[in-house]
Design a protein around this ligand. Sequence first.
Ligand SMILES: [Zn+2]
Length: 285
Amino acid sequence: MKRIILMATIVINSMIGMAQVNWQSNRVGMAFARQGGETPEGTFRFTTGGYEVFTIQSSDKSFQPASLYYGENNADRAKVDAMAPDGEVPTSMNCFVVKTPEGFIMFDTGLPASKGGKTVERLASLQSSPKAITAIYLTHGHFDHIGGLIDDKGNAVYANANVYVPAAELAFIRESMGEAATQIEKAYKNRLVVFEPGNMLPGNVLPISAKGHTPGHTAYRLGQLLFVGDLMHGYEIQLLDPTICASYDADRSEAIDTRNRLLNYAVANSLTVLCAHVPNNGVIF
Ligand SMILES: [Zn+2]
């Protein structure tokens, strides 16, 4: 209930261009993180919606410049500077592992170790390994989300996982990643499952179109969990004003529509929202 009131306040405030919500006093994510006790550096464990969730930070980067949010012709600069007076916005680079009755499943992979990615190292610190992962659901094809699928020789890092990729995003990956796309497709061959959003995937994971950031950007619902990939990059700004985009959003107006639609969907269904670039355990609310 508290969550619904918070979100309704945020949506109303953003509609009238105000920013009154004190997010610092609503760190639901931190409360979840504390449930799990101590976990190794760069990892979090919490239980929500009946699932045990592990957040793995693939990188230690924790701040980004506020100027990423200034918009076309600096249209949003004044708003952003007011919300981020230090010129920096907290960030992270998360992937998520969920324990399900069928096995451990994963949402995105982070960067490869050869590019400083820490996903595999941190899986090991949690007494796990890539072999334990049975399914990987990709939110989109940027390198910080799919680069970790292969090692520096082009071999599959996740030997036992099916990899689910939205059709529109596979086209984008082929177009934008060149050789790395070919390597990924070769490494996963018949374990690469291409789908259209809307139909339930194995593991009771429902893909929901979240295009805007990229053409095939996709969110995934698992029970009461909603994994939203790059729906936001700077939650301290964009939760207060979802009309502000990071420069990474390919289609800004589509990204804004999607942000509003999915945040409202999450509130209406009391979902826990997990985002790739939100600090700590990645829970937005
Ligand atoms: Zn990203």
